[in-house]
Write a protein that binds this ligand. Structure first.
Ligand code: ADP
Length: 616
């Protein structure tokens, strides 16, 4: 009964939570209505079968006691009693087996159906989150650690699934079972049932108090679990640094502290959870004692049979675990709701960098590029570019040099529209990049940067990605011919080392290209950019990981590659810079000098000073 009176606050939903649940229902659960309804049918069967047990107990006890009573009274002979017992067993045994079989089978079907719905809902949530992240801005994506992102897809999604399953199982199956059992109890003997009704409300207060504690700790434990995921990700992806700097002990200590904290929090949590059981146990004992005392008194008066007493006790015994499950449901649901809130937050991420409704497709790009009074400030308030204006003709190669933090990478990010300018405008062939379709803008450029991204796929596929970007439906490199890939690889001085690999172009590169050297990875990235054949080339320290020999080869490749394209190159190496048509020297977000290598050396300004520093 305790649970029934608590029903109103089992899912203590506030306005915001109601919206969350409503949305989950509308967008994710409703489409599985058929499976859900079928699950409910089988839940009802389970509940009915459970309640039917009490009749079975009553029948068995009443018939047995009647037989025994008859024998004691001498009204029935021993032989007659034996025949009656045999008939009784023949009747009861199939019923017991039949009832448990029906109940077991229904439980199985219901369980599979509920899990299927929950898994589908969770899978859809994961897909929606991932799609939202793919659409979101570079800035939004990088503003949180990878571990935090991963935690949404693993921990949070699991919490939602658990809450969903517990809700269907406990709130529907168990509550229905409980209602039927209480109904049966009252049907069998309402006076005895009233005794139970008097005892159980005593449990409500302590259980509510414990629940509150559990909720607090549980929230703490979840947050901490996210923290552990983030720490693990950080530490394991930095293995190289950890090893070479002898940081193993430091890392073990750092992670160890987090694991210890997890033990403490979870111990606190299970201790609170374990408190519920003794409370229920003692109350159960009081209820049983009360029913027994009252029942025996009723039996003595001839107002009740032994079967009724056993049936009521059986109902009580069957109902107790359901009531207990309902008692802890609230916590699970609250956890699930908090996780759902975070999940929907990801799904609702609105990209700030968007296309204008009348955005045009950038076609036949010549590669003229202009910055007009461009200023840019990062989200944290760092002003990286100040009132920058310049024009670049198609086919020009611009080298960006200057002290670190001067704004070189930021310029490249702005051209690719990974960030939007705070002030001013950037145009390609005279069209403001804010007014062109994002895919066509990015199709017009190829970026090669120092942090090279290779996917765990074949070498051929990793080069082939260069041309598949325009066709998001076709992620494999199938629409790029093997010949094209080879030509690009040759131009990037990568062909020779690739054919030397175990499976040539079909060799898998391992996660993040881990099986290749830094220089090899860089040449694959260059081959990808060459294959892309884009009119604008953005090179961010693109040759930094090359050894002298391959740099020589790549340099030649780069010269071919840069011909007829507009190139922005951030480079420290003199050769790259020397060959540039113009050099922009950036300091504190402004161009402080510009010109050819010769002009700038003659000027003897910041560029000459930096050069002197480099070769001193
Ligand atoms: P460079 O490439 O010349 O070394 P950057 O363009 O990377 O310089 O950085 C320019 C300025 O912007 C620096 O002050 C740097 O600290 C800051 N900055 C770069 N990236 C970010 C970011 N994601 N968030 C905030 N500030 C940034």
């Amino acid at each position: 009964m305790a649970s029934k009176s608590k029903k109103t606050n089992i899912l203590n939903l506030k306005g915001e939570d109601k919206r969350l649940v409503g949305r989950l229902w509308q967008e994710y659960i409703r489409r599985h209505l058929g499976a859900l309804l079928l699950a409910f049918v089988f839940m009802a069967v389970v509940a009915a079968a459970t309640a039917a047990y009490t009749w079975l107990f009553k029948f068995i006890v009443d018939n047995m006691t009647e037989g025994v009573a008859g024998e004691v009274a001498g009204g029935v002979t021993g032989q007659q009693a034996e025949i009656a017992t045999l008939a009784f067993v023949k009747l009861v045994v199939p019923v017991v087996i039949g009832l448990t079989a029906i109940s077991g089978l229904s439980l199985f079907i219901q369980s599979v159906l509920s899990n299927k719905v929950a898994l589908n809902v969770v899978g859809d949530l994961q897909k929606a989150m991932f799609a939202a992240l793919q659409k979101s801005d570079y800035e939004q994506l990088t503003s949180q650690s990878v571990g935090t992102h991963i935690s949404r897809f693993t921990n949070d999604v699991n919490l939602v699934a658990t809450a969903l399953l517990r809700t269907t199982n406990n709130l529907f199956r168990d509550l229905l079972t409980l209602v039927l059992l209480i109904g049966a109890m009252f049907y069998h003997n309402w006076q005895m049932s009233l005794v139970i009704l008097l005892v159980y409300p005593l449990a409500i207060l302590p259980i509510i108090k414990i629940s509150k504690k559990i909720r607090g700790t549980s929230h703490e434990a979840q947050t901490q679990m996210g923290h552990i995921t983030a720490l693990l990700n950080e530490s394991l992806s930095g293995t190289r640094m950890v090893r070479t700097y002898n940081l193993e002990k430091y890392e073990s200590k750092r992670l160890g502290a987090a694991f210890t904290e997890r033990i403490r929090l979870y111990l606190k949590l299970v201790t609170n959870q374990a408190r519920v059981d003794p409370v229920m146990e003692v109350l159960g004992g009081i209820a049983v004692a009360g029913v027994l005392a009252f029942g025996v008194y009723q039996m003595a008066k001839g107002d009740a049979t032994g079967g009724e007493l056993v049936a009521v006790l059986a109902a009580l015994g069957l109902a107790a675990p359901k009531a207990r499950a309902l008692g802890t449901l609230n916590n699970v649901v609250q956890e699930g709701l908090a996780a759902l809130h975070r999940v929907f937050n990801v799904i609702d991420t609105q990209p700030r960098i968007t296309e204008a409704v009348d955005a045009v497709i950038l076609e036949d790009v010549q590669g003229a590029l202009a910055f007009k009074n461009v200023s840019f400030t990062y989200g944290d308030g760092t002003q990286a570019i100040r009132d920058l204006s310049f024009k670049v003709k198609p086919g020009e190669t611009i080298a960006l040099v200057g002290p670190s933090g001067g704004g070189k990478s930021t310029i490249i990010n702005l051209i690719a529209r990974l960030y939007d300018v705070t002030d001013g405008s950037i145009s390609i062939d005279g069209t403001n990049i804010k007014n062109v379709k994002l895919t066509s803008l990015r199709d017009a450029m190829a970026l090669v940067s120092q942090d090279i991204t290779l996917f765990d796929d074949t070498v051929a596929a990793n080069i082939g990605f260069g041309r598949t970007g325009a066709n998001p439906e076709n992620i494999s490199a199938k629409d790029v011919s093997a010949k094209d890939i080879e030509v690009a690889a040759k131009a990037a001085a990568a062909h020779d080392f690739i054919t030397g690999l175990k499976n040539g172009y079909q060799t898998r590169v391992g996660e993040g290209g881990g099986k290749l050297s830094g220089g090899q990875r860089q040449r694959i990235a260059l081959a990808r950019a060459i294959l892309r054949d884009a009119p604008i080339l953005l090179l961010d320290e693109a040759t930094s990981a090359l050894d002298a020999e391959s740099e020589d080869k790549v340099q030649t490749a780069l010269e071919t590659l840069t011909q007829g394209r507009t190139v922005f190159v951030i480079a420290h190496r003199l050769s790259t810079v020397k060959n540039a048509d113009r050099i922009f020297v950036l300091d504190d977000g402004q161009i402080v000098e510009s010109g050819t290598h010769g002009e700038l050396m003659k000027k003897d300004g910041l560029y000459a000073k930096l050069r002197a520093l480099q070769f001193s």
